[in-house]
Design a protein around this ligand. Structure first.
Ligand SMILES: Cc1ncc(COP(=O)(O)O)c(C=O)c1O
Length: 370
């Protein structure tokens, strides 16, 4: 099996309910009103880009988002606000999570004085669970994988009349995931005065790490909607052992990952890709690259030990996956076809997102100090 797959996108957005919700959304106006909002920094790492022999390397640091150490608060808060506008009577929100989305929903529920119940799959780290319960949510560990934890949380929410807020969609469950994807648009809009200029962005390639694909799809939707065929090239990055989008592209339809689901990239260790994300990904991504845990560990260290005057970046296991994908694309002979396909060379201007900081501090320190 190859470490990459090339996709031939249509570059067209399908007119469906998710597209309509994304088009109508005004997430930045909403987020700006939140107490601890500020625009997260966009760093340019010139020392690292010189070292990698590319023109520019930008990284949007989402570890600083709302004090949550990850970008996920953008989606959950926007979704909760829209749900409560239509259904103010909701008293309990519920979700399944491998960490960051659960913490984000717990934080959002607390903001609106609602209760929150969060189910986590087996092997979820104690510190990530503590992060969720620190916002007052009830957390329950299930002896299930991520996909089955989602099913359990969905069914128990129906039974108890709780509002189920999942960051992945499937048949007949697409509205709330679309609200969440709308919320993610904020960090792309925030870059409109720096790199996401009006007719053409001043970057060539974006690397986006993928779990169920909702976040990557919302970024793809943004670039397609704003720039059409002038969009940057987009490469998705997945862990070797949990590569639902790669496996789905390989099969021509949405499938659960065929790997053994063991990876330190907990945020990317998901199941079958989200239904609405899948449609957008097929329309606007240029390929997928798979990476190992070792590559991501090296990338975490690279970001933590900056070159020259670069900023020091605290990047967790899923946060550093974009950089790991870029470095693999630049340096691994086995993926040179993908490198050529996207025109990655010394003139390339690259955008990455540090989607999480040290969400498990113990694991982070073990990796950095090793
Ligand atoms: C830190 C981090 N990065 C990226 C992702 C990927 O997002 P998605 O599951 O929407 O693909 C997640 C998902 O939880 C995450 O926690």
């Amino acid at each position: 099996m190859k470490d990459f797959i090339i996709n031939n996108p249509s570059n067209l957005l399908v007119e469906n309910s998710t597209n309509k919700i994304l088009k109508k959304s005004k997430p930045l106006i909403f987020h700006k009103k939140l107490r601890n909002y500020f625009k997260t920094p966009l760093y340019e790492l010139s020392g690292l880009s010189n070292n990698l022999n590319i023109a520019n390397l930008f990284i949007k640091d989402e570890s600083q988002r709302f004090g949550l150490n990850a970008f996920k608060g953008l989606g959950a808060s926007y979704a909760v606000s829209l749900i409560l506008k239509n259904k103010p009577e909701v008293s309990v929100f519920c979700t399944a999570t491998d960490g960051n989305h659960g913490k984000a929903l717990a934080w959002s529920s607390k903001m609106y004085n609602r209760k929150c119940v969060v189910y986590v799959p087996r092997n979820t780290s104690k510190l990530r669970i503590k992060g969720i319960s620190s916002y007052g949510a009830k957390v329950e560990i299930l002896d299930l994988n991520y996909e089955n934890t989602c099913k359990y949380a969905f069914n128990i929410s129906l039974k108890n009349n709780w509002e189920f807020v999942q960051d992945a969609s499937w048949d007949n469950y697409e509205t709330i995931p679309a609200y969440i994807m709308s919320g993610y648009l904020t960090h792309l809009i925030e870059m409109q005065d720096t790199i996401n200029f009006i007719n053409k962005p001043s970057i060539d390639i974006v690397f986006l790490q993928c779990g169920v694909g909702s976040w990557a799809a919302s970024c793809i939707w943004y670039y397609l909607n704003r720039y059409g065929i002038n969009r940057p090239k987009i490469i998705l990055v997945e862990p070797n052992e949990s590569s639902g989008v790669y496996d789905s592209l390989n099969n021509g339809k949405r499938v659960s990952p065929v790997g053994n689901l063991t990876t330190i990239m907990a945020g990317l260790n998901c199941g079958i890709p989200s239904k609405s994300a899948w449609n957008i990904i097929k329309s606007g991504c240029d390929g997928v690259i798979k990476i190992s845990d070792n590559r991501v560990k090296s990338s975490m260290k690279l970001l933590y030990n900056p070159y020259e005057n670069d900023s020091k970046i605290i990047s967790g296991e899923s946060g550093a996956a974009g950089l790991a994908g870029l470095i693999k694309c630049l340096s691994d002979e086995k993926v040179k076809k993908l490198k050529k396909h996207i025109g990655l060379d010394k003139n390339s201007r690259i955008l990455l997102f540090n989607t999480e900081g040290n969400t498990d501090k113990e694991s982070f320190l073990r990796i950095i100090n090793n």
